[in-house]
Design a protein around this ligand. Structure first.
Ligand SMILES: Cc1cc2nc3c(=O)[nH]c(=O)nc-3n(C[C@H](O)[C@H](O)[C@H](O)COP(=O)(O)OP(=O)(O)OC[C@H]3O[C@@H](n4cnc5c(N)ncnc54)[C@H](O)[C@@H]3O)c2cc1C
Length: 378
């Protein structure tokens, strides 16, 4: 067993850490306040190869592997969770197109996502009544005269208002998960409109919108992968995406823990820094231990994916544990800050709000337990 990082992964992580410290951390509070990520920040991520860390070089990606991707995600999330989720979904979309797309589909979209010409990619699976259960989706696609016509609505779509390309799942056959196909839809497709922007508790810099498909025509060649094979693509994408979200949660919790340690060393009560009170030290000790455990679980899942071994259960474990412990760590970080932690003067207030969603999206904690339970107890 080797706990050392290879040179490429270490370099990508360092690049992301430097960019986060210099460009993202100083802007994170404003991104949260304004509800918007400056486009030049996303362009900066693309310029550094961070929009396609595990995407082949032949398509403009960095081809640095899954471990490098996870480490980069931790560093960017340490700076700003909203920027990190935009990066995470864009990496996921580019990887899915690179894995399942025809050479023409790859050429049409992936290099533009990698260069930043398209600011983001978007993953349009969920609907108002089909989140945990995508087999209940109602959006349809019909093939007529060599064209697909897509009708329906999607909800909760990250970067829905500025993504350059959407992977859209729609029903092409009967009931359930078997009759679903995936399509590549450009943002300027006629009949595609952006609807409601969610007014969220956290992750406020990341836009989350509904999308409406009103007889959206795309060519027959817009089908991604096999006809009726869309559910499998979604599940495979989410397996990988869960490594990204585990990493995002770890990054946010790392920021909250570091802020707590600094604060605990400065803040004095009863004549000594609160870091010297055992109750505070134990919160920090628990947080550090849990975060290291989350990192190890996430690195294992990343290693398995990178070495092309089955990793679905391990990715679910990483996402479940990392998101749940990150929630506890951000909660304790706020506690360590006392009343000040409950104000916007301190970043832990934002971390507490931002981290909450990691237990919900890309499969709730309950869904992760179902995936793990099926694998280990059936
Ligand atoms: C900020 C944000 C960004 C998002 N971005 C995207 C995106 O880019 N693309 C996209 O497609 N989706 C996105 N989503 C949607 C997200 O993936 C869903 O919200 C999530 O999968 C849960 O679905 P739901 O909200 O419909 O909850 P529901 O599925 O209705 O679940 C409600 C509750 O019931 C529980 N539950 C459901 N089924 C079971 C079961 N079988 N056993 C036990 N408990 C169960 C759930 O765990 C949850 O606690 C985003 C969501 C948010 C909040």
């Amino acid at each position: 067993m080797d706990f050392e990082l290879d040179e490429t992964a270490a370099m990508v992580a360092q690049t992301a850490r430097d960019f986060a410290s210099k460009e993202i951390v100083p802007r994170a509070a404003k991104i949260d306040r304004d509800g918007k990520i400056p486009r030049e920040l996303l362009r900066g991520l693309a310029d550094l190869g961070l929009m396609g860390v595990n995407v082949p070089e032949s398509l403009g990606g960095s081809e640095a592997g899954v471990i490098a991707y996870s480490l980069a995600m931790i560093e960017i999330a340490r700076g700003c969770a909203s920027t990190a989720v935009t990066m995470s979904v864009t990496n996921m979309v580019a990887e899915v197109i690179a894995s399942f797309g025809t050479p023409e589909q790859c050429k049409q979209y992936v290099p533009h996502l990698m260069s930043g010409k398209m600011a983001a990619g978007s993953f349009a699976l969920s609907e108002a009544e089909a989140g945990s259960d995508p087999g209940a989706m109602r959006t349809t696609a019909r093939l007529e005269n060599g064209e697909w016509t897509i009708d329906g609505s999607k909800q909760w779509i990250t970067s829905g208002d500025f993504a350059g390309v959407f992977i859209v799942w729609a029903r092409t056959g009967g009931e359930g998960t078997r009759g679903i196909s995936a399509f590549l839809v450009p943002a300027d497709a006629k009949g595609l409109s952006v609807g409601h922007h969610e007014d969220k508790m956290g992750l406020r810099g990341s836009s989350t919108t509904s999308l409406h498909f009103d007889s959206v025509h795309v060519p027959e060649s817009a089908l991604l992968g096999q006809l009726h094979g869309g559910f499998k693509i979604a599940m495979m994408a989410l397996d990988g995406g869960r490594i990204g979200i585990a990493s995002q949660a770890i990054g946010v919790a790392e920021a909250a823990l570091a802020a707590s340690i600094d604060y605990a060393k400065e803040r004095k009560t009863f004549g000594k820094p609160i870091a010297e009170h055992q109750a505070i030290q134990w919160m920090i000790a628990d947080g550090r231990t849990e975060l290291d455990a989350a990192r190890l679980l996430t690195m294992r899942a990343a290693y398995l994916k990178q070495s092309k071994q089955p990793f679905s259960t391990q990715a679910a474990m990483a996402k479940l544990y990392a998101s749940e412990c990150a929630g506890r760590i951000c909660d304790k970080a706020l506690q360590i800050h006392g009343g000040y932690g409950y104000t916007k003067e301190y970043d832990v207030e934002r971390h507490y709000r931002d981290v909450r969603v990691s237990r919900i999206y890309e499969g709730t904690s309950e869904i992760q337990r179902i995936v793990i339970g099926r694998s280990v107890a059936s």
